[in-house]
Structure formats: C-alpha cells, structure tokens
Design a binder for this molecule. Sequence first.
Ligand SMILES: *Cc1c(COP(=O)(O)O)cnc(C)c1O
Length: 361
Amino acid sequence: MQKLLFTPGPLTTSKTVKEAMLEDMGSRDHAFLLAVKDIRNGLLELAHVSKEGGYECVIVQGSGTFGVESVIGSVVGATDNLLILVNGAYGERIVKMAKINQIHHEVLRFEEDEIVTAAATEKYLLEHPSITHVACIHSETTTGLFNPIEAIGAVCKNHNKVFIVDAMSSFGGVEMDMQQMHIDFLVSSSNKCIEGVPGFSFALCKRTELEKAKGQGRGLSLDLYDQWNGLESNGQFRFTPPTLSIMAFRQAMKELEAEGGVKAREARYKTNKKLLDEGMAALGYQQYLRPEIQGHIITSFLYPTDKAFNFDDFYNQLNDRGFVIYPGKLSKADAFRIGNIGQIFPDDVKALVAAVKEVMQ
Ligand SMILES: *Cc1c(COP(=O)(O)O)cnc(C)c1O
C-alpha cells in the first residue's frame, strides 16, 4: 500500500518523480551536470532572483540541517556576532549549531505560540550594536506558524545586518521574493515543498555576502564558499553527489512548473489546509495556534480532552489505514501535527478526516 504522508517531510512524491531515479547516473554524466545547472538556475528563479542580478545557488549534500549549518558555519566570521530569533525547535537547532561551531551569538526568544516581531528585533539590534548577522525561521515547523520575514528583513536592511532565513518548510509552497524580503541567505531542502526526495539542501545566496565567506568555513564538507567554488569551476560537486535525488528533483521542478508554479502550489496547499481545518473542527479538535499567525504548511492539533485518547494508538490506526501523521514537538502542550504539503490533494485530506472520524469511533 502506498501510504500518504501528512508530515513535514519527507513527503509523498509523484510516481514520475520516483521514476526519474531508475537509471544509475555517474557524477560526471552530461545529463547529470545539466540537471544540476538547471536546478541551480531554476531555484533562483523561484525566489525571483538571478545570477545576473547578483545571487547564487549552492547545493549541499545531506538533509536540510546540513544546509543551515553550512551557511551559519561559513558566513558568520570569527569576529562577527549572530542574533538568533527563536520561537520553536528549529530556531533552537540554530542556537545549538552556533554553540558547537563556537560562533559568537546572542538569542532573542519568543513564546512558542507567538511570532517573532520586527519591533522587538529592532529594539534588540539598537541595544546590541555588535550584532552583524540575524537568523530566523520562516515557517516554524514546530508549531506551524509563519514569522513575518519581510518586516524583519526590512529591519535588518535598515541596520545593515546580514539576514539568514531557514525557509525549509515553506520555500516552493509560499511565494517569496528574496530581494523584496531583504534575505541574504535562504535555505531549503529537496524533500519539502518542491516535492522531491531527500538527499540535499540548497542555499540561495547574495553573491557579495557569499564571497565574504571565503576561507572562513568551520568544516571541510560544510564549507559553503568552497562548495560554491567547486560547482562554479566545473559544475561538479567536491564529494559524491546525491545523483538520483538530483534527477528526481529536476523532475519535481518540472512538475511544479506544470502545476502552475509556486502560486498554484500555494493555492492547493491552502485548499488542503482549509479542508483539514473544517474537517478536524467538526470532529471537535482544537488547534494550538490562533489562526492569524498559523501558516498553511502544517498544523498542531491539541490532544482531545477525552482520557481514552492515546496518541500511539491513534497514530497506528491511521497508519494501518494508509495515513501517516506526525507527533507534536511542543514544549508546553500535548499535540500532534498534520501537514498539507507534498503530493496531497483535497480528496486525500477528506479521506484523512474520514479516517480520523472512524478511528475515534
Ligand atoms: C525540515 C526542517 C529543517 C531540516 O530538517 P532536516 O531533518 O535536517 O531535513 C529545518 N528547519 C525547518 C523549519 C524544517 O521544517
């Protein structure tokens, strides 16, 4: 049985994306190098920027976290100071990276059910002039909220700070203009809203900032500048590339375009979200976040108050019916999560809600 993944990734992918991985591919194969080139240019286009306009796309082997660590560990120099804006587990992950990589950093924390605000960020920057870089999560997958990246980006721009955004779970499923949002580094991965399979992450970078990272990477394999330099010099990766994952991703990008681009995909995810909200509300489920700050990527539902509810049972019974949901990750409340992204369509969401109803009974 082909299960449907209502998770934050890896996600359900199309048959044709999986079929793109059926041929073994050498890392110097012309078709592979062409796919890498297409992907690098295509991703910049999705962010409404280009090489000519001063932006670069660097692909990094590994999951999304590898890409974030590559950026954080390469662009924040020895005498720089990074402000990390945190309102969930993915923000905390950047704090952990900063500690391990021995990067000067400060943390501005918000409640998990509140967004990061541009005003609080600006106040902090004014009080701490030593800060050079700011990092923030766009779609905080811990809860499902969207932080106001454009407003925070404007503050960073006004105060001359380099702005790094983890847009892992939103890029491709939310229209984003990198330049308009004043983002200097945007990171996402192969297995989220572009609907490819796991294997790599990518950083979209403002070239003038990327160039400053020369010689300051804190690891060999995660050195963002060297990785870029390798890709630029001969189109190849420095170390074994995720060949099949790249081939699948190129197919996934074609399918994104065929669907009507990011706008159309965003509309489908929003429809999924609306059907999920209505269906779950009718079954008595409460959401963790207030609707104004909730994004359309993933939703946290509070456990029902009924004492008979057992998450593992609930999960297993849905799984037996072909629906994979996701546990919660909240520090203060018991919740589970349901994602709307991947090859999931309105009828699939309706089928999930019907299965939830059946399991509850
Ligand atoms: C998925 C995700 C990541 C990356 O997680 P990996 O398991 O390393 O792929 C990072 N940040 C956010 C917000 C995410 O949703």
